[in-house]
Design a protein around this ligand. Structure first.
Ligand code: 5GP
Ligand code: ZN
Length: 136
């Protein structure tokens, strides 16, 4: 299903023009309009899924396959030194557009960007407690 008021549905399905790097019947890959670095791209499914949890399993697998393929092309063509895959779910995680998208962010030595977090220092007991919460 496509969602009428969703901008990424419109972009993915060609109703709004975009700088398209790749397209097939299920996906469109576009350049981000507010790129972190040169070549920052977004993998968009054409069917609406608000986030990772709503994305059908087959589409999730295909998104990762596309990331691999396009990531390799970025290394070849842009000569980037690295590549970050970023995928935000929920406002708390930084998601601003409620249509699943996988960021491909080519990285260059000294590009001035960073995708970082402050590492915690949990005790073994704390790690075990969180492990049990997740698996039980
Ligand atoms: P999020 O924060 O939801 O993970 O990422 C949303 C991304 O979409 C941002 O990097 C933003 O620059 C990009 N973006 C938002 N609106 C548009 C648009 O209309 N066209 C394109 N190409 N990118 C967009
Ligand atoms: Zn959508």
């Amino acid at each position: 299903m496509r969602k009428d008021d969703c901008i990424f549905c419109k972009i993915a399905n060609g109703e709004i023009p975009s700088k398209t790097l790749y397209e097939d019947p299920e996906f469109r890959v576009i350049l981000d309009l507010g790129p972190a670095t040169k070549g920052h791209a977004l993998i968009l499914p054409k069917e609406h899924a608000g986030d990772l949890y709503e994305l059908p399993e087959e589409s999730a697998a295909k998104a990762m396959t596309l990331a691999q393929k396009i990531g390799k092309t970025m290394v070849q063509k842009l000569h980037c030194d690295g590549l970050n895959l970023v995928q935000n779910n929920g406002e708390a995680a930084g998601q601003t557009v409620r249509h699943f998208h996988l960021h491909l962010i080519p990285r260059y030595v000294n590009d001035g960007q960073s995708i970082n977090w402050k590492p915690g220092k949990p005790s073994d007991e704390e790690l075990e407690a969180i492990r049990k919460t997740i698996v039980q």
